[in-house]
Design a protein around this ligand. Structure first.
Ligand code: BMA
Length: 387
């Protein structure tokens, strides 16, 4: 009986998905033509949200923070504001190799936090600091590898082992029969040279081939259809005077990308950036305009996929460096911004009780332009509400 009920539900879900795909113009759909209904809804709602404001995101938000580790219903942002961030970042580095990721976050717990986030109506995004499949070294082991892990290459099988483990985890992120939609952001900051998939360690063609192979493998071989794919080069290695061209190094094509992302720590107070604060503000705005325009022209979604100021040594960083730019340029459509993890107090990206930047973070939260999890209802349905 249980089996028959399962078959019935599966049929219902498939019919539902076919219906929802056929009723939408193809340029308003995610790249995965078989994307699940909830994934399509998320995609459409991200577009709607980006026209109204910008969601706040935090890496490992509910996994740990300053002075706590793996506690139930915790988040440094929530402690200060009463709400979880709307976007929760996770990383699958070391999946299949260890019970915890490269930052010692236990994968089973991560999965339960991903489900909790989905159940509360938040969004999950996953990056992948994967080990170098050829050497077994870390993501930062720059031994040239990309050509060797492509189909036909000497380390292709080693890559597939990691990819299969990733696929298994992604598939296990489900609540009853529903896979929780996930924004997957592999091979990020590839225009920098710090990861083995970065510039100087592989050709642009091979990077593109790796991206395309990975997306096709997950969709076609693994039958995974609850992902949106985010492309996210790093701003510090872009020459903004080149205009749109600056963005497209390694771009795998419109059929392989849903989110026009950008990692930008550079223009918001990066210690190595020696230009004036005023110039940084101009550059920051220009970088956001760039992804906004590209996303608009391609009918995709722009997002500031990583940003932040580790340690928050500017007390008004959130309002002065970020919010003011968004407020002064209301036509910018940036669906979310995500700050990095709160691993150590000295390097925290979200303030905690007693931190000098805490009052400013509360102000940032109170802005009508900034969207936290509590401000969104039903992001996975066609009746989404924002307050
Ligand atoms: C980096 C640092 C590392 C971490 C990695 C993956 O930016 O935070 O400590 O291992 O991200 O989360």
């Amino acid at each position: 009986m249980k089996f028959i009920t399962s078959i019935f539900f599966l049929l219902l879900i498939s019919v539902n998905n076919l219906w929802s795909q056929s009723n939408l113009p193809s340029n308003e759909l995610p790249i995965d033509k078989e994307a699940t209904k909830k994934t399509i809804r998320l995609y459409k709602n991200l577009k709607t949200i980006s026209k109204k404001g910008t969601m706040f995101g935090h890496e490992d938000a509910s996994a740990y923070g300053i002075g706590w580790w793996a506690e139930k219903d915790q988040s440094d942002a929530k402690k200060l504001t009463g709400s979880y961030p709307a976007v929760h970042g996770w990383d699958l580095g070391d999946i299949g190799l260890s019970s915890s990721n490269l930052d010692t976050v236990n994968f089973k717990k991560m999965r339960s936090w991903i489900k909790d986030t989905y159940n509360r109506g938040g969004i999950n995004t996953i990056s992948w600091h994967l080990d170098n499949p050829k050497t077994g070294g870390s993501s930062w082991d720059k031994t040239p590898t990309v050509a060797d892990i492509l189909p036909g290459g000497s380390s292709h099988e080693a890559y597939l082992i990691q990819l299969d483990a990733l696929a298994e985890f992604l598939k296990s992120c489900k609540v009853l029969f529903t896979k929780t939609p996930i924004i997957f952001r592999p091979f990020h900051e590839h225009n920098g040279n710090w990861f083995w998939w970065g510039k100087d360690h592989c050709s642009e063609e091979d990077y593109i081939a790796l991206w395309r192979f990975t997306v096709s493998y997950l969709k076609e071989e693994k039958n995974i259809h609850h992902l949106l794919y985010a492309f996210s080069p790093d701003r510090s290695r872009m020459d903004l005077s080149e205009g749109e061209k600056a963005y497209f190094y390694g771009y795998p094509g419109d059929e392989y990308v849903d989110i026009i992302g950008l990692d930008n720590y550079w223009d918001v107070g990066h210690p190595a950036n020696k230009v004036s604060v005023e110039q940084q503000e101009k550059d920051f705005l220009q970088s956001l305009q760039l992804i906004h325009i590209i996303a608009e022209n391609k009918n995709k979604i722009a997002a500031l996929t990583e940003t932040g100021n580790g340690g928050l040594n500017e007390d008004d960083w959130f309002t002065n460096r970020i919010l003011s730019v968004l407020e002064n340029n209301p036509s910018l459509e940036i669906a979310w911004l995500l700050v990095w993890r709160n691993r150590f107090a000295e390097g925290a990206y979200v303030p905690y009780e007693g931190h000098n930047a805490a009052p400013d973070f509360k102000k940032f939260h109170d802005s009508p332009l900034i969207i936290f999890e509590n401000n969104i209802k039903s992001i996975y349905s066609k009746n989404m509400q924002l307050e």
